[in-house]
Structures are given as C-alpha cells and as structure tokens.
Design a protein around this ligand. Structure first.
Ligand SMILES: NC(=O)c1ccc[n+]([C@@H]2O[C@H](COP(=O)([O-])OP(=O)(O)OC[C@H]3O[C@@H](n4cnc5c(N)ncnc54)[C@H](OP(=O)(O)O)[C@@H]3O)[C@@H](O)[C@H]2O)c1
Length: 199
C-alpha cells in the first residue's frame, strides 16, 4: 500500500511509521518535517499535499494541536485552536482526501483518552477528541467505494511521560509501539467506524 502518515516525526507518528514501513510505502508529512509539508490548520496546504502525492491507499493522521488551559481562562480563541487544527484539520483530511483515496482505502485519525477520561486543563482536548470519534462513526456509513475510517484513541504514551506525566497522575501509560498496532489494525484490517481505545 501507499500510505501518507501526517505527523510522522512525532511520538506517535514515529512508531506508526516503524510499524507500517516494514510492509508498505510510507510518505511522511509534517508541518516542518517529512517528505511533504502540510499544516492541518490550512485547507490549501492539505489540498496541495494530496495533489503532490496523488492516489493513495491509506491516510494516517498522528497530528493535531489543542490548547490546554484552565476552564476559567478558556474563551473562543483558545477553543478555536483545537477546532481549527486537530478537529477540522483531520476532518478536512477526509473531506478532501476521499477523492484521492483508492477504492477500499482507509483513513485513520487520532483522538485520545481525554474524550472519555478527562483531566484538569483538558476541556478543549476532550471536546475535540469526542468530536473526532463522533465524526468517524458517522462518516463511516456515508463514505463511498468501500472507503473506511477509524480513530485511534490512545492514553498517554510512556514516551511522553517526561512532558505530560504530571497532568496524567494515576493513568497507566502505553508504549507508542502498542498504539502503532492499533493503526496497523485500522490500515491493514477491514473494519470501519471503529474507535480503537489503547489504554
Ligand atoms: N503523546 C501522547 O501521549 C498522546 C496521547 C494521546 C493522544 N495524542 C495525540 O496524538 C497526536 C500526536 O501527538 P504526539 O505526542 O505524537 O505529538 P508530537 O510528538 O508533538 O508530534 C506531532 C507531529 O505532528 C506534526 N504536526 C504538528 N502540528 C501539525 C499540523 N498543524 N499540521 C501537520 N502536522 C503537524 C509535527 O510535525 P513537525 O515536527 O514537522 O512540526 C510532528 O510530526 C496529537 O493529536 C495528540 O493529541 C498524543
């Protein structure tokens, strides 16, 4: 398969590339790194990425930013970051990407455990992650030509504990390699409309 991985240089993305590149042609994409440059918050750059790459068998997203902050200090501007980047960026990967995906191809998006298991400062992340999961379940029943869509929803990565550990006290972490296997299940399996919780 020819697979685009957006966020390929990240903690999640590196593990996904390692898993999939063993068996497939992987094109890495990122804001400042990778074979192709793309910014999820910029529709024109998503369109340009697909034009550059052409037809693909799978689109994998391991990227997306949200603002973390105290609810009392969150306003429209803070929520707009997550809405425009992680949420609508990944939705646009699907809306624009469906015409570049070969028959039977797949989209695999990333949400996160905060959709179900919130933390302090995570209201935007919880909202965005839940939105992505709802979007994927609905898009799965409308996508044409056997196209599939799933979401991987990991808890905090073991590799990310040095940065995020204090915000996730009491959570079990998972190694990035385990998260990568959920991406493999989505890309290399046949399921659609699923949210793979990796906890
Ligand atoms: N790490 C965790 O514990 C964890 C747990 C659950 C969910 N998640 C979710 O997984 C996703 C990736 O997290 P991560 O920890 O792997 O992040 P990370 O290590 O910071 O890496 C992010 C990757 O995405 C790319 N990227 C960032 N913003 C982008 C944008 N607007 N458009 C295109 N590419 C962009 C970066 O590219 P450049 O380096 O080129 O800028 C980088 O390759 C996030 O949505 C995060 O919420 C992470």
């Amino acid at each position: 398969m020819k697979i685009i991985v957006i966020g390929a240089a990240g903690a999640v993305g590196q593990a996904v590339v390692k898993e999939l590149a063993a068996r497939h042609e992987v094109i890495s994409a990122g804001r400042n790194s990778g074979d192709i440059r793309v910014d999820l918050s910029d529709i024109a750059s998503i369109e340009a990425m697909y034009q550059q790459v052409g037809a693909v068998d799978a689109v994998v997203s391991a990227a997306g930013n949200v603002h973390f902050g105290a609810l009392a200090e969150m306003g429209a501007a803070e929520f707009a970051i997550g809405i425009n980047d992680k949420l609508m960026g990944q939705v646009q990967l699907v809306l624009i990407g469906q015409k570049y995906l070969n028959d039977g191809g797949s989209f695999t998006l990333i949400s996160g455990v905060l959709s179900q298991d919130p933390i302090v400062y995570g209201s935007s992340a919880s909202m965005v992650n839940a939105g992505l999961e709802g979007f994927a379940r609905a898009a799965a029943i409308e996508l044409p030509r056997g196209l599939r869509i799933n979401v991987v929803s990991p808890t905090v990565l073991t590799e990310s504990l040095p940065s995020y550990g204090p915000y996730f006290r009491g959570f079990e972490s998972v190694p990035a390699a385990k998260v990568a296997r959920a991406f493999s299940k989505s890309v290399e399996g046949a399921q659609t409309g699923q949210v793979y919780s990796v906890i």
